[in-house]
Design a protein around this ligand. Structure first.
Ligand code: NAD
Ligand code: DAU
Length: 377
């Protein structure tokens, strides 16, 4: 029997993790702690909201007293911490909010867990504090092969029609931290606090650093859902710079599976990188999205290519992310399950089939709708 707090469970990745744990572990108690910022959406969890083993608590992780009270009330044995401000562009406009939630919020949770667990007779035995971080803390990598070379990991990933790498360097667990955006700086600081609690107090922590996720329920400020929605509505697609930046994409359910595996079998004090072995230049990925949306909407081939609009680059735009997640594969046997082209098709279909979900968020009266929906609960 475990009693697990999952923070940020109403967000994109968190909702997939909550769903997986609620369905897979009927004997666990799953407590979703979420402030419901603009990015938190309880509609992401409608299918499990009445499950016996599930509780939603609307709370701010920065509220230390509330976190302490919940730790005691629910006799929490594990924390999977995803709550964060997550969008790089927002962090450039409003860095304070990112420092508050990502740094102070993480510290508040760590301290609440420490005070609770250290006062128990068994102390940290059987406990876990699992912090979800990002590959962006490592900074960025060079593009040494702009046309791409065969990825050295091509055989390890779920087979893809692509399998290219744009450089010969990859982020390892030992890569020194070098964050560039206020978002990644705040995530890096939170990672350091988590490790400091392990080293100083002996808290059983684990940190994972994952690459870009894609799939259903992602807030449409992020590249993939934003562009799918824009194509559907014939709105221009703002490609930053020349679209040459490279990201390593992983289907969100594969990330959730990795979190499950690492939470249960990962070694305390360790860091694991999680990646898709799947690098794409933005512009190539955007063309795949356009082709898929056009095909599924019955548009002629190339119909929406005219929407591509090159705009001013993001400030401090990281050039290339590419994860080496062989440690996770070797030690715990995890690998991505889904071929990328299949994942993108599934993702595009989901957004086209769930236009109501998208329209509510983008319609402008999202916050009012949202307050009403929350108050009904
Ligand atoms: P998201 O923005 O979709 O969701 C974040 C959730 O956290 C929302 O539900 C929001 O309401 C909640 N939240 C924000 N501030 C809070 C606070 N103060 N108290 C309680 N809840 C709060 O984010 P996401 O994309 O699902 O990312 C989840 C985590 O995974 C983040 O920690 C992020 O850094 C990390 N991550 C994301 C990706 C990615 O590609 N999206 C990749 C690697 C790591
Ligand atoms: O690498 C993991 C990170 O991936 C996570 O830690 C972040 O939370 C998550 O948001 C994501 O960060 P990115 O900045 O890589 O994701 P985003 O979807 O914002 O952008 C992907 C790429 O597309 C990036 O190179 C910027 C570019 N882009 C993005 C948007 C929103 C555009 O060209 N146009 C756009 O409108």
């Amino acid at each position: 029997m475990q009693s697990i707090i999952i923070t940020g469970g109403a967000g994109f990745i968190g909702s997939h993790v909550v769903r997986l744990f609620v369905n897979k572990y009927p004997n666990y108690r799953i407590i979703n702690v979420d402030k419901l910022t603009y990015a938190g959406n309880l509609a992401n969890l409608e299918d499990i909201e009445n499950a016996q083993n599930y509780r939603f608590v609307r709370a701010d992780i920065c509220d230390f007293d509330a976190m302490c009270a919940l730790m005691w009330e629910e006799k929490v044995t594990g924390i999977i911490h995803l709550a964060a401000e997550s969008h790089v562009d927002r962090s450039i406009k409003d860095p304070f909010t990112f420092a508050r939630t990502n740094v102070m919020g993480t510290l508040s949770l760590l301290q609440a867990a420490r005070l609770c667990w250290e006062s128990l007779p068994e102390k940290y035995e059987g406990k876990r504090f699992y912090h979800i971080s990002t590959d962006e803390v490592y900074g960025d990598l060079e593009i040494t092969h702009p046309e791409g070379i065969k990825s050295p990991f091509a055989d390890m990933a779920a087979p893809s029609g692509h399998n290219l790498a744009y450089g010969t360097d990859f982020f390892l667990e030992s890569t020194p931290y070098d964050p560039h955006s206020p978002y990644s700086a705040a995530k890096a600081a939170s990672d350091h606090f988590v490790r400091a609690f392990h080293d100083t107090y002996g808290m059983p922590t684990i940190v994972t650093n994952c690459s870009n996720n894609y799939g259903p329920y992602q807030f449409p400020e992020k590249l993939i859902p934003l562009f799918i929605n824009n194509i559907r509505k014939r709105i221009p697609l703002p490609v930053y710079g020349k679209g040459e930046n490279v990201r390593d994409w992983l289907y969100v359910e594969d990330h959730a599976r990795a979190i499950d595996l690492i939470f249960h079998s990962g070694e305390v004090g360790e860091t694991y990188n999680i990646g898709g072995f799947n690098e794409w230049k933005n512009i190539d990925l955007i063309k795949v999205i356009i082709a898929t949306v056009d095909r599924l909407l019955g548009n002629p081939e190339g119909h929406s290519l005219d929407l591509i609009t090159f705009v001013t680059d993001r400030a401090g735009h990281d050039l290339r992310y590419a994860i080496d997640s062989r440690k996770l594969q070797k030690e715990l046997g995890w690998e991505p399950s889904l071929q990328f082209e299949e994942g993108i098709e599934r993702t595009v279909r989901w957004y086209l089939d769930n236009q109501e979900w998208m329209d509510r968020i983008t319609s402008g009266d999202y916050e009012r709708y949202y307050e009403e929906m929350y108050n009904k609960r």
